[in-house]
Design a protein around this ligand. Structure first.
Ligand SMILES: Cc1cc2nc3c(=O)[nH]c(=O)nc-3n(C[C@H](O)[C@H](O)[C@H](O)COP(=O)(O)OP(=O)(O)OC[C@H]3O[C@@H](n4cnc5c(N)ncnc54)[C@H](O)[C@@H]3O)c2cc1C
Length: 592
């Protein structure tokens, strides 16, 4: 017990010294102002009674003051003065409580009253806390210490979140630990890398777009060659065409005597050639003992990259059309070369287009219409279609569908053999009135014609009467005047043997240079006919001057051509001619 008393005395003395120094460290004026009897406090401690301090103020002061510290920057000057007054009062109360507790502790230890000693210790701690909170508030107000930090420090210490003194975390730049700094640096580097990659990719995409925009649209020949070179089944292209096998994917019945054949790549890849709306393909097949070739316009749209379609009218005595319609089945393959033909329209050639079609001549028009509606061409499309009976109306449903969805597609159909009750529309043949009423300002438009030979001729003459310049009118007819009876071509090629005919008086000579043949060229015969008669191989398809397949170079001499639709002006300037049209009154040398 003596030891305990000694400890109490020591504790009391040191506490009194430290409290005294704290107390006297406060501004004297302020201290005296708020606590004029502060000096008497110690004298009157016996009278105040321990219960008063313990009950009235225990733990309440610091709870009131620390929250006030948090909001101190927002306090008005008056509120600050008030708070300073409160904190001085609280400091004094805390001090008084501590002195009383020490006194009580001293007495209790003399009396060896353990309960009192315990209660005195608790009050001593409460007094210290009050004093601390009041001191922190006063410091924050008078010494400029951050009130928020003071309050936070207190809360952390209450929750035991502060590290032991002397072991505070070492901070580096911006108050971050090395670990945080490393993580942040990695994140920043990653972000910069991602940004750089994004900018790099955008630049690459922009330059690719630029390149694509600067590339001129490829010609049909280039497209064919490019695609052909990427395809494995390519045969050596002749005249820039792709040749190879395609599979019959599907067959559709359009009318009682018209069928559509859909061709696909055997390996189901995109088509090995590209084409323009209006071009045709040529089939080589052997319906009997001979290989024959027939051309058919591609009726589908080039926007379909996985298939192309032809639409064939079954001719009652036709060799190929009958074979196709009666015997060809889905899954079979055919030898095909494509594309061919110059009668194309992609929407860039003119601001509006007039399509005049008769019977199966609607096939190239359908490709144009499908393509233009697929790409959303915003200009007017006029289709004038002539056929005999409503049941022969090819693509009727699709045209009605397209018309309903494309207000710029205007369709007029005339049924020349239909009865009144069978067809509510016009039933007359193509004529000036019908055409000019249907198409406003027709003379300014580009016109494509495809139908039978008589229909094409009639249309041309009507258009001429309506004032259309010849250059605005392009035509094709499937039923060409076959000088050899049919369109068939045999595959056998003859080796060139030198032939020189004795020239007849007044009859010009044609020399086929490659074939080493010089023969008569009668005035009424074209170069193609003379070539065929003498075993000179020149390709042909339409024999109408429209497809351009029989193009040959005239090495010397001059020729006249009735129709030269299948020839570009540049080709003509370079000395090329269409063998099916070229006639001459003078000697000519041909590169064939
Ligand atoms: C560029 C181009 C594109 C073409 N596009 C298409 C198209 O999209 N759709 C289409 O259907 N056609 C098209 N053709 C026509 C096609 O090429 C064929 O000419 C057509 O299919 C007829 O060929 P075929 O072998 O059946 O008839 P062929 O055997 O060549 O006979 C030709 C014609 O003579 C008739 N004939 C033959 N023998 C006799 C006989 N003993 N007595 C009476 N008449 C006879 C036939 O009925 C037929 O009308 C196109 C032609 C060209 C040039």
């Amino acid at each position: 017990m003596k030891n305990l008393q000694a400890i109490n005395v020591t504790v009391l003395l040191s506490l009194m010294l430290s409290l005294g120094s704290v107390c006297f460290a406060q501004p004297r004026s302020a201290h005296q102002k708020h606590h004029p009897k502060a000096g008497k406090g110690r004298m009157g401690r016996g009278r105040m009674g321990k219960g008063h301090m313990g009950r009235g103020h225990r733990g309440r002061g610091e709870r009131e003051l620390y929250p006030k510290l948090i909001s101190l920057p927002d306090l008005s000057p008056e509120q600050r003065v008030k708070l300073r007054r409160v904190s001085y009062t609280l400091m004094l109360r805390g001090l008084t409580l501590m002195l009383e507790s020490v006194d009580d502790l001293f007495r209790a230890s003399i009396d060896e009253d353990l309960d009192r000693m315990h209660s005195a210790t608790l009050r001593l701690r409460t007094g210290l806390k009050q004093f601390e909170s009041a001191l922190a508030t006063t410091r924050a107000i008078e010494q400029g210490a951050s009130p928020r930090n003071e309050a936070l420090r207190w809360f952390k210490s209450e929750l035991h979140l502060l590290p032991p003194v002397g072991q505070e975390r070492k901070t580096l730049i911006f108050g971050m630990s090395p670990f945080h700094l490393t993580i942040c640096s990695v994140l920043v580097i990653f972000m910069i890398l991602m940004l750089w990659m994004y900018v790099h990719k955008m630049k690459k995409a922009a330059s690719l777009l630029q390149t694509l925009q600067n590339v001129p649209p490829p010609s049909p020949k280039t497209q064919t060659l490019e695609r052909a070179s990427a395809h494995q089944e390519v045969a050596t292209p002749r005249s820039g065409k792709w040749s190879g096998q395609l599979k019959v994917g599907s067959i559709f019945s359009e009318t009682p005597n018209v069928k559509t054949f859909r061709f696909v790549s055997p390996d189901e890849s995109p088509l090995p050639f590209a084409y323009l709306p209006g071009q045709f393909l040529t089939l080589s097949l052997k319906p009997d003992d001979k290989v024959v070739k027939r051309s058919y316009t591609i009726s589908s749209s080039p926007t379909q990259r996985y298939y192309c379609e032809i639409t064939v009218k079954r001719e009652e005595h036709g060799l190929v059309s009958k074979y196709l319609c009666d015997h060809l089945t889905e899954g079979g393959t055919l030898d095909i070369s494509a594309p061919g033909g110059r009668l194309t329209f992609t929407g860039k050639e003119a601001d509006s287009i007039v399509l005049l079609a008769g019977g199966v001549g609607i096939t190239p028009m359908m490709s144009v219409i499908r393509y233009l509606t697929d790409i959303g061409w915003p200009k007017d499309i006029y289709l004038f279609y002539s056929c005999r009976h409503p049941e022969e109306f090819i693509f009727r449903e699709e045209l009605e569908y397209l018309q309903a969805r494309h207000p710029k597609l205007h369709v007029l159909v005339t049924m020349t053999k239909a009865k009144k009750e069978e067809w509510p529309g016009p039933r007359e043949r193509l004529n000036k009135t019908l055409l000019s009423e249907f198409i406003p300002d027709i003379s300014s438009k580009r016109v494509h014609i495809c139908g039978s030979v008589p229909m094409t001729a009639a249309a041309k003459s009507i258009l001429s009467e309506l004032g259309l310049p010849k250059e605005q009118v392009k035509s094709e007819s499937f039923g060409g005047q076959k000088k050899k009876g049919t369109q068939a071509q045999t595959e056998e090629r003859q080796e060139p043997t030198e032939v020189t005919q004795a020239p007849k008086e007044g009859v010009p000579q044609v020399t086929f240079q490659k074939s080493k043949k010089s023969v008569d060229l009668p005035h009424d015969k074209c170069i193609l006919e003379v070539a065929e008669e003498n075993g000179v191989d020149i390709d042909y398809t339409c024999r109408e001057g429209t497809c351009g397949d029989c193009i040959v170079k005239i090495l010397s001499g001059e020729v006249n051509m009735e129709c030269e639709d299948g020839l570009d002006p540049e080709e003509k300037a370079q000395g090329f001619a269409l063998a099916c049209q070229a006639k001459s009154t003078k000697d000519v040398v041909v590169d064939a």
